[in-house]
Write a protein that binds this ligand. Structure first.
Ligand code: P6P
Length: 349
């Protein structure tokens, strides 16, 4: 009887369709031990949360009580969108019964949400911005979820999560879900940056691109120039340089995940500088800029506060903000050069 078992042609697209997120994480970790299984399971739960949020967003305009504001303000002093609260609750529900995380810290919650039975030492904490750029939700433009995974260190006896106040190098995993024409999950566990696209017909995130690498230079600068007169002179001088030199173009959507994703994929720089009134800027470190900084540097880019590496910054409280410059090495260093020049002039050297 002829043996045709080797005749089966291994279709590359079939292989790729079988590369689900959890399998990819285990491949990246090159391990099947408990810790690897936990990280893989956590990423799978994040993917489930992304599917639930994407489903809600896709029908939001057709449903009552999904869009618009709750009338409340969050700890940031920002008006809360119904979609912010829904997405925040999705991540809690997805992780509450998972046995994987002890705490969830979110832009929408003043204090972390604790899951007591899951809090033996060494458990993980999810830090997340459930819907970033929610001002875009009601006008059907792209929004995103941002996530970061850290491991609990020591006892958090008084529930103030002080052990989370550490630099960005302590992250174990980080990434975002971009709700755009397709729903895309981009993540890193420290072995490069990889993207997955949700295939609605399968209900699975399928591998799209591995080891995403940024160009050293890009033509895009992404910043809200409406803040021009609130910035320090150094930033204004940088923007004037952008205006006066050919080869640069401005792109800004007002939603961090989409703006950052463009820079990750095409190069350039995203910046949200501090202002004279708010030198720390607007973006929050632990669940917005630190996870994105980690991704950018994993992809060969650079992340800066303007005066120090963003991943070295140690927050003093959970919702701490930092000035933020993320992107291609040369583009970030050009912004830093204007800040350094201003510091030299101030010091008089
Ligand atoms: P501005 C959305 O509220 C957000 O946190 C980020 O998604 C975005 O990058 C930034 O604020 C936009 O802020 O001041 O330009 O509207």
């Amino acid at each position: 009887m002829p043996d045709h078992s080797n005749d089966i042609t291994q279709s590359p697209s079939l292989d790729r369709d079988c590369t689900t997120l959890s399998r990819h994480v285990l491949q990246q970790l090159q391990s099947f031990d408990t810790a690897a299984q936990d990280i893989s399971a956590i990423m799978n739960r994040i993917a489930l949360a992304g599917k639930l949020v994407a489903r809600r967003l896709s029908r939001a305009g057709l449903m009552e009580g999904v869009l618009g504001f709750t009338g409340e303000e969050n700890v940031q002093g920002e008006s809360v969108k119904r979609m912010d609260l829904y997405a925040n609750d999705v991540f809690i529900s997805v992780f509450k019964q998972s046995g994987l995380v002890c705490r969830l810290a979110s832009e929408e919650m003043e204090k972390p949400y604790y899951i007591p039975e899951n809090c033996p030492i060494g458990r993980y904490t999810l830090l997340y911005d459930p819907i970033d750029g929610s001002s875009n939700v009601d006008i059907n433009l792209n929004v995103g979820s941002i996530f970061s995974i850290r491991q609990q260190e020591g006892m958090d006896l008084d529930g103030d999560a002080a052990d989370l106040l550490q630099n960005g190098h302590k992250q174990i995993a980080a990434g975002y879900i971009l709700y755009g024409p397709s729903t895309m999950l981009v993540y890193s566990i420290g072995t490069g940056v990889h993207s997955f696209i949700l295939d609605p017909s399968l209900g699975e995130f399928i591998l799209a691109e591995e080891n995403i690498t940024m160009p050293n230079h890009g033509s895009i600068y992404s910043v809200n120039e409406g803040n021009f007169w609130q910035w320090e002179d150094s930033i204004r001088d940088y923007i004037r340089y952008m205006h006066r030199h050919e080869g640069y173009t401005a792109r800004y959507s007002g939603a961090l995940v989409g703006d950052l994703h463009r820079i990750l994929m095409q190069g350039g720089v995203f910046l949200y500088p501090g202002t004279k009134k708010k030198p720390e800027g607007k973006l929050r470190l632990l669940y917005e800029t630190a996870p994105l900084a980690w991704l950018i540097e994993q992809a060969g880019g650079k992340a800066s506060t303007g005066t120090m590496p963003l991943l070295d910054f140690v927050p003093t409280y959970l919702h701490q903000r930092t000035p933020t410059i993320l992107g291609s090495v040369e583009n970030v260093e050009l912004v830093e050069s204007f800040i350094q020049e201003a510091e030299r002039e101030t010091v008089g050297v």
